[in-house]
Design a binder for this molecule. Structure first.
Ligand code: ADP
Length: 557
């Protein structure tokens, strides 16, 4: 049995030695044995692969030097298993690259012949190639899945939900061997066909050409923790391709399917590839309603706490009307009726004005629960909404242990930014851009929104660069957030929630000031409603009640 991870592995050659091959598919979290062998920052795929190899006593492994992590895997396995070989994969697919790859395959054959003490069976190799299916590499209208390998169950979910063809172009994907040209030297033809499978991340230009030439309508791009390559490629594809791209971050060891599936559905809907009739098993559903000053958000989850739908609507003059509208939208998106909802928890500043909810819980508790759902390592939540800002400290069980709040005036809140965007004549999303190439380090000195607005008007009159003013405004909001953080004490991981988390400029400035990365959930505006829905599952399903999580000393009504 020979283990491998990469699709460029010459599987057919190994089979010609009468050996079985096994694609290593890490599923679980790496155990302590593996953690002690490698640096904690190595990618979770590499750790999972090592775990699988050691746990299943795979004594022969063939790797391809795709990235540093795989080279590290080679180093760790050397001397620990009976046969380990790494093949050097060229970064191009021209004739010269094919010759290099051919030589690499010959080297592998020689090494494996020496190890096995027998020659490759070329007749068998010819038979395997005659029998094997090659890809024509031309696809009908499709959604491509790219980046890091997806957990099999997620891929299945994507296929079920998508009305278009799904092609798996991840690095361990299905599209391997292109058509083998008839040539005298069969191993060379094989090397060429293998190298001409869908180009891997090391072959960026070929990859772009391939995507452009095929009928691909959108890309779902998977990145994983501790792997910069995927994030880098995602950025490259995003700027080079005129295609909708959904970026996901999954981790083989800690996959939050509910959250991912919601994002995938929203993306597929947006590119016209959704399957509206996916049947949801109607067991018990729970809703959270966050009635905020600026937006009213509803999240519906099932009894396993998977997000089934959400809505965000602007809060109008009457909180109750906005809540009804947001609730109706979320029900429609989930294809549910009011009677399917077992329990509703309301939160946010209008929470007591929603008569159809069963209970009201403060947004502090709810943001804590919602943030902890997304990442159990979060200890500090920075929630900046339309009218107030808060910093919430969680302990390692997700309970709120401390919080500070600024709700006296709109300084440092979304409202401050909304007023300034109108004054500057730029949209709120333009105000949210990160400015790194600033000309002048402008400082907005006034705390108060009214005085700060006059300051901005005067800066405009002085012909100051707009981007420098934008940077100054974002820095001003960031300073106030950091002073709140300092009041509860700095402690990571950090997560930002509320609408202002969509302002990358503010996020960037806070990160700069605290010197730490901030996690932004896929939809930061629904975190409070999500927390409320989670609490609804526990109150509405008494068997699941976790009373200790509400003992925060914070008034509930
Ligand atoms: P609340 O909970 O008080 O209703 P939200 O959490 O909905 O407030 O946040 C509203 C604020 O979020 C707005 O005032 C606006 O400044 C900011 N915001 C909303 N959407 C965006 C966006 N796409 N880009 C930048 N900022 C945004």
């Amino acid at each position: 049995m020979v283990g491998y991870v990469c699709k460029y592995t010459p599987i057919e050659i190994i089979q010609a030695f009468d050996e079985e091959v096994l694609r290593i598919e890490p599923e679980g979290k790496a155990g302590e044995d593996v953690e002690s062998l490698i640096h904690p920052n190595m990618c979770s795929f590499m750790k999972g692969a090592l775990e699988e190899i050691l746990k299943n006593n795979i004594n022969e492994v063939v790797l391809v030097n795709c990235c540093d992590s795989i080279r590290r895997l080679y180093d760790v396995l050397k001397g620990k298993i009976e046969f380990i070989h790494i093949i050097d994969l060229p970064r191009k697919t021209d004739d010269h690259a094919c010759s290099l790859f051919y030589n690499e395959i010959l080297k592998f054959i020689k090494a494996y012949e020496d190890f096995k003490g027998k020659k490759i069976d070329l007749d068998k190799f010819i038979k395997i190639l005659n029998d094997c299916k090659t890809e024509n590499q031309n696809f009908k209208k499709s959604i491509a899945v790219l980046g890091a390998r997806f957990n099999g169950s997620v891929l299945e979910k994507i296929k079920k939900r998508c009305s278009l063809n799904i092609i798996n172009l991840t690095c361990t994907g299905d599209n391997r061997l292109s058509k083998i040209e008839k040539r005298d030297n069969l191993i060379f033809s094989f090397a060429k066909a293998l190298l001409n499978s869908f180009p891997c991340m090391r072959m960026v230009d070929d990859r772009l050409r391939f995507i452009n030439k095929n009928n691909i309508k959108g890309i779902i791009y998977n990145t994983i923790k501790f792997c910069d390559f995927y994030s880098f490629e995602y950025a490259t594809l995003k700027s080079a391709l005129n295609l909708p791209i959904l970026k996901l971050e999954t981790d083989y060891s800690d996959l939050n399917n509910g959250q991912i599936v919601t994002r995938i559905d929203a993306f597929l809907e947006s590119v016209g590839a959704g399957r509206p009739n996916v049947k949801i098993k109607k067991k018990g559903y729970f809703a959270g309603i966050d009635s905020g000053s600026t937006s009213t958000n509803v999240v519906i989850i099932d009894e396993n706490k998977n997000i089934v739908s959400y809505s965000i609507v602007p809060t109008g003059a009457r909180a109750i009307d906005s809540a009804k509208r947001a609730y109706k939208t979320a029900l429609e998106k989930a294809d549910l009726k009011e009677k399917d909802i077992k329990y509703i928890v309301a939160t946010g500043y209008g929470r007591i004005s929603i008569p159809f909810s069963n209970k009201a819980v403060t947004e502090i508790t709810c943001h804590g629960r919602g943030a902890f759902y997304f990442d159990r390592e979060v200890r500090t939540i920075i929630d900046i909404g339309g009218q107030d800002s808060k910093v919430i400290r969680l302990d390692n069980s997700g309970s709120v242990v401390d919080f500070v709040m600024n709700d006296k005036c709109s300084a440092g809140t979304g409202r401050f930014l909304d007023v300034m965007s109108e004054t500057l004549g730029v949209s709120i999303s333009d105000l949210g851009r990160v400015v790194k190439d600033f000309k002048e380090d402008i400082v907005i000195t006034s705390m108060c929104t009214v005085f700060a607005e006059s300051e901005v008007i005067s800066l405009i009159a002085q012909n100051k660069e707009k981007k420098d003013i934008i940077r100054a405004l974002n820095r001003s909001v960031a300073s106030k957030a950091v002073s709140l953080i300092d009041r509860v004490g700095r402690r990571g991981k950090y997560m930002m929630t509320g609408g202002v988390a969509k302002n990358s400029g503010v996020v960037y400035e806070i990160e700069n000031k605290i010197g730490e990365k901030i996690i932004i959930p896929f939809e930061p505006q629904i975190v409070g409603a999500l927390g409320a829905a989670i609490i609804a599952t526990e109150i509405g399903n008494p068997s699941q009640r976790q009373q200790q999580l509400y003992n925060t000393g914070i008034p509930e009504n």
